[in-house]
Design a protein around this ligand. Sequence first.
Ligand code: FAD
Ligand code: PYC
Length: 413
Amino acid sequence: MPWRLLRFALSQKHPEPRMFATHDSLKSSYDVVIIGAGGHGLAAAYYLARDHGITNVCVLEKGYIGGGNTGRNTTIIRSNYLTPEGVKFYDESVRLWQDLAQDFDLNLFYSNRGHFTLAHTDAAMRTSRWRAEVNKHYGVESEVVDAAFVKQAVPMIDISCGGHAPILGGLYHAPGAVARHDAVAWGYGRGADMRGVEIHQRTEVLGIDVAGGKLTGVQTSRGRIATNKVLCAVAGSTPRILKMIDVRTPIYIHPLQAMVSEPVKPWLDPILVSGSLHIYISQSARGELVMGASLDPYEVHSTRSTLDFVEGLAAHMLDMFPFLSNVKVMRQWAGMADMTPDFAPIMGKTPVEGFYLDAGWGTWGFKATPVCGKTMSWTVANDRDHELITGFTLDRFRDFALTGEKGAASVGH
Ligand code: FAD
Ligand code: PYC
């Protein structure tokens, strides 16, 4: 038995440092309160402390760190979006991902795989060309490829998809990557904690106090906190929090499900997405096939899984990879995706002074965790929307100036 493990087992004091301090009580006030200890809330806390010197901050989490969509997603990282605002934003995130493990001194299992958006129709090929041109214009590596290129990268694929929907080609995005989602939350949490931020798990926000249009405090399951600044990063719970301050958004909640197979020998390097078959797949470092499909087609605030999802996903996956028919599904789960009509997030200031929103991340927010932390901490510190998020503010719905990212969303149509 390794000595470190034995020493830990024999000690009554557990000498190994925990990742975060636990705090017996809340302070009566903080400079900034962050609601939600997912990747986004923790990243904002980390950069508030590290880049802006604001450390009198608490992060309130009703469950446990990373227990929301951060710990439920399929970890795809890419910047092959459709709008100039989107491409620039996600490209900055991909750049930030490169240094993150070093910053945290923690292995995030970041793995550059390459990302294919497969096209089975002429219309999908046209969207691939459109995305490739926008991407290249902003310096992002994306190219249109033919079916032979796909077959070479994934020799096990049935390019004809059983004759149902032959693959014509698609968009190839070399920077596409995956990373370990839990470690991202832990890295940001530990980094924030080390700089003086308090993380309070099992602490639910139940109400928000506003006086004369300004934020004054937060009511929690462990008492009231006075504060003039709140950042709300609660993904699928956004409508519930916004109801407390009477702010309306067009966010609607749909479950998004995923599943993994038993581990099998490595055979799939890149990440594959098929918009037409509504499925995607990658292979994890452990050999598991990580698979997902479109949103459940109805609004419901729940994280239950369904047999219908497994059957539909498996049937389409077998069109592409018939040899998987005997591979077992190990587990399935769901998250509550906070969808917007234009498939872009809602970020920045709100009509309530001191209340900042980071939401509408639907099915696409994991990859944006670093850039959201950076831009939202800047926005909170300066009380002004960061220039990278001006295409994502809530006003766009009032002004009919949408940032249409539906064609780049992978899933969710
Ligand atoms: P979360 O991680 O959900 O954190 C919000 C936290 O707020 C939760 O922990 C919750 O408990 C807490 N909270 C809620 N209400 C309260 C309250 N009242 N008081 C205190 N705390 C509260 N994105 C990608 O980029 N790539 C992908 O491949 C991808 N795949 C996905 C697959 C699935 C199945 C799902 C569900 C999502 C996927 N996403 C993907 C989207 C991504 O997971 C999310 O957009 C992202 O994780 C959102 O992070 P967050 O920190 O904003 O929210
Ligand atoms: O944003 O790339 C993505 C994605 C894939 C699956 C879910 N989200």
